[in-house]
Design a protein around this ligand. Structure first.
Ligand SMILES: Cc1cc2nc3c(=O)[nH]c(=O)nc-3n(C[C@H](O)[C@H](O)[C@H](O)COP(=O)(O)OP(=O)(O)OC[C@H]3O[C@@H](n4cnc5c(N)ncnc54)[C@H](O)[C@@H]3O)c2cc1C
Length: 286
């Protein structure tokens, strides 16, 4: 069991990891599968003290080199789901399970809007992790809507189990799906179903009859990642110590709201880390 699980390998998560490391607590840091953060997209950053006129990608590189120098390892796994077990948290990345006494959520800004039908059919044929739920659809037909190339792996995996796999990418790339996967280059518009479960995916051009649908997003909506966490205007609600609405949970950076700025993310990562350390020290003296 780790003292802290940090979710997010951007400026907020790296800053939190650095401070947790310095305070000598055990931790695991998840950076997601795609090695992209909000920062990699910034063409030039002029407002970060000490590192003038740098591209976002170079700045993130500098941050990561600092982390490496401190022997901080980033696990390139995406946390799919977190369960609050009372006195610890269980994290599922699809491939592995982890346990931690506290959490620091630094997942960036979740821009995703729910698709029509998504909330209605969540858990009733609609899911976010094919690796976790794929076996439920053995010999059945499924569709995967994906914002990134991570979905290609999931589609290839499902093609080993399912009778039919449709892949609907929402990005442009050379799609590396095998011949059993049907590539559908149409716009997914609505998840359809009956009173019990999902039955089809409606696109702008057709209707795909399926038993299950998976949506692979860059950022999993926070309410789905950790159920019961208080969200305010799309961001995680925190106090000035970066404590979220559940004991032992801290959040920082773009995930907690505006302004979306690197300096704020780094500062809040530090505060979240120090608050988590204080909480752990308090646990140990109980
Ligand atoms: C085009 C552009 C230009 C910008 N220019 C500037 C600028 O000039 N100055 C400035 O101060 N700011 C700028 N920003 C904003 C800045 O990039 C963000 O404020 C900053 O990156 C926020 O850091 P963060 O760590 O909170 O989130 P992010 O950098 O978005 O990092 C989030 C991390 O969480 C990971 N993650 C998410 N979900 C999961 C999960 N379930 N499991 C595992 N990992 C997960 C992601 O993979 C990522 O590594 C710009 C942003 C953009 C898009």
């Amino acid at each position: 069991m780790y003292d802290v699980a940090i979710i997010g390998g951007g400026p907020a998560g790296l800053s939190a990891a650095l401070n947790i490391k310095i305070r000598n607590k055990s931790f695991v840091l998840f950076g997601g599968i795609e090695k992209v953060t909000g920062l990699t997209k910034a063409p030039q950053v002029d407002n970060y003290l000490g590192l003038p006129a740098m591209s976002g990608a170079d700045m993130l590189d500098a941050f990561k080199k600092h982390a490496e120098h401190m022997d901080i390892e980033i696990k390139h796994e995406k946390v799919q789901n977190i369960l609050n077990m009372g006195d610890y948290f269980a994290l599922n990345t699809g491939a592995n399970f982890y346990e931690a006494k506290t959490l620091i959520l630094a997942t960036g800004h979740a821009k995703a809007k729910y698709m029509p039908g998504e909330r209605e059919y969540l858990g009733r044929g609609l899911g976010y992790c094919a690796t976790c739920d794929g076996p439920l659809y053995r010999n059945k037909s499924v569709a995967i809507i994906s914002e990134n190339q991570e979905g290609e792996e999931e589609a290839n995996y499902l093609s080993e189990l399912c009778s039919e796999v449709y892949y609907i990418p929402i990005y442009k790339a050379e799609y590396k799906v095998n011949e059993k996967v049907k590539l559908i280059q149409e716009k997914a518009v609505e998840i359809l179903g009956d009173e019990n479960k999902t039955t089809a995916l409606k696109t702008d051009k057709s209707e795909l009859v399926v038993d299950g649908i998976f949506i692979v997003r860059n950022v999993i909506p926070m309410g789905q990642l950790l159920e019961g966490l208080e969200i305010e205007e799309g961001s995680i609600k925190v106090d000035k110590n970066m404590a979220a609405s559940m004991p032992g949970v801290y959040a920082c950076g773009d995930a907690v709201g505006k302004p979306y700025q690197i300096a704020k993310a780094v500062g809040e990562g530090t505060v979240a880390a120090l608050s988590a350390v204080k909480y752990l020290d308090h646990l140990n003296t109980k």
